[in-house]
Ligand binder design. Structure first.
Ligand code: LLP
Length: 463
């Protein structure tokens, strides 16, 4: 296919403006299975389908913008993680990536546990029937009210994040007459290769208690002295959207070293370690994520080896994937409103959503892919920037991508891999109405989070 310059904007790689581009696929109609949910394909008319339903029908029934979540894919990913880690380990889905009552039920059915990090997430988990002992409660500044609700509900563990919180949780547990199972979140001093705002285990950030300078050892000393706490282990989460296993390996090694130090000082072998979440997914064809079984194998081996060297019993491992489970399962469907070629630069394609349904591009410089999904096209690739309808020039959904040059208002385009941290970070900026999440499975689609309405907005505005 020729990619010569075109009046609608530059197409050829030699004349592209500066930036980072995933080269246009040879066939813009192809859908890379790395970035699209499992049941996504095209029907005989060239319309993209998910769970057997064409997106044109979904758009008619549910409107745009909307997130469509492939339930079979979600369950398959849960199954793969569960299977990879086996019965000697626990997989806690990180609810912050995306949480709804339907999702909680699927997790429960698939044998996963759940990590929550706020009273709202806890309420959702409990409302959908997740047994409290399979819930872990996180957060660097849990309120007294949240702690009390978590202890009262009987959550399986609270992950302690500061010296103040050690005392706070112990007091509340005492008052309620229970011994609360807790882990201590330690900062292992690993530089994770990801965006600064989603890296969490270097020293200069707000999470956890540093291993460096003996802080974590001191936290363990204090927690072990408090009757209200049952210290079951140590937790480390090094960041998010990470591909390189080296950081996890260093983290595992340091956490096991701490367990050995605890054994030497206190004569106690803590039974569990949690290595957090953070595994990367493919947002574009350039990304090469690891499979759950590779991750389980790498982590299992390093923990076993380090424990043998330190003469420790191997602790029960848990992990907390969020993005790696829900991220690839959903796409956002938009309708094209305007197509604006900027000579010598690129073509701006405006859709009916934007930074209110996907803040990740603006916030983390995240890269996404995009495809024309309501039809196929043989037109040449055109360099586009997909932008939203908000009053802000940073309102970018996909910074640089290629779409067919005959793209026109009324076409449907979809951005894959938006299952994680898009609906959960959605906002009402410009009084946008947050889009629905529609679960699709075996030819059936059902709303699991409905679209917001103007009435919803006005209900909060008490005049
Ligand atoms: N465990 C803990 C303690 C965490 O803080 C997180 C994410 C996870 C597990 C799950 O990480 P995941 O497997 O989903 O990467 N809003 C950002 C991501 C923030 C992640 C915060 N913590 C984004 O959109 O990239």
């Amino acid at each position: 296919m020729s990619r010569s310059a075109h009046p609608a904007g530059p197409r050829h790689a030699d004349v592209l403006p500066e930036g980072h581009y995933t080269a246009p696929a040879d066939d813009l109609n192809s859908l890379d299975p790395k970035v699209w949910a499992q049941t996504v394909g095209r029907d005989a008319d060239g319309v993209v389908t998910v769970g057997g339903i064409p997106v044109t029908r979904l758009a008619e029934e549910f409107g745009t913008p909307a997130y469509f979540l492939d339930e079979a894919d979600f369950r398959a990913r849960c199954h793969a993680w569960r299977g990879a880690f086996g019965t000697d380990a626990d997989v806690f889905y990180a609810g912050k990536a995306f949480l709804s009552r339907a999702v909680v039920r699927w997790l429960h059915e698939e044998g996963l546990n759940l990590d929550v990090c706020s009273g709202g997430e806890l309420a959702t988990a409990l409302a959908a029937g997740m047994p409290a002992d399979r819930i872990a409660f996180h957060g660097n500044n849990k309120t007294e009210d949240e702690i009390e609700r978590a202890v009262e509900a009987g959550v399986g563990r609270i992950v302690l994040d500061s010296f103040q919180e050690i005392v706070r949780v112990a007091h509340i547990a005492d008052r309620l007459g229970v011994r609360q199972r807790v882990q201590i979140r330690v900062t292992v001093g690993v530089e994770a290769h990801t965006h600064e705002f989603i890296a969490t285990a270097h020293e200069d950030q707000k999470f956890g208690i540093a291993l460096a300078g003996g802080q974590a050892a001191e936290a363990v000393r204090r927690a072990l002295q408090l009757d209200g706490l049952e210290l079951i282990g140590v937790h480390s989460h090094i960041g998010s959207q990470i591909f390189d296993m080296a950081g996890f390996e260093v983290s595992a090694r340091r956490v096991v070293q701490l367990l050995a130090e605890i054994r030497d000082e206190h004569g106690v072998e803590l039974p569990e370690i949690d290595l957090g979440g953070g595994l990367g997914i493919a947002y574009t064809s350039d990304d090469d994520p690891r499979e759950p079984h590779e991750i389980a194998k790498a982590l299992g081996e390093i923990v076993t080896r380090e424990c043998e060297a330190a003469n420790l019993r191997t602790p029960r491992i848990s992990v907390e994937p969020g993005r790696a489970i829900v991220g690839p399962t959903a796409f956002t469907l938009y309708e094209v409103g305007t197509v604006k070629p900027l000579e010598g630069l690129r073509t701006y394609v405006s859709v009916d959503g934007g930074m209110s349904d996907n803040i990740r591009t603006a916030l983390y410089d995240a890269e996404y892919s995009v495809a024309l999904v309501s039809r196929t096209s043989d037109a040449e690739p055109m360099l586009v920037r997909v932008v939203g309808k908000h009053c802000e020039s940073g309102d970018i959904v996909v910074k640089d991508a290629f779409l067919p040059a005959d793209l026109a208002p009324g076409d449907l385009i979809a951005v894959p891999a938006t299952g994680a941290y898009c609906r959960s970070m959605a906002s009402n900026y410009n009084h946008a109405l947050r889009p629905p999440v529609v679960a699709v499975r075996d030819g059936e689609a059902r709303v699991i989070v409905r679209r917001e309405t103007e009435e919803d907005l006005l209900r909060l505005d008490v005049g």
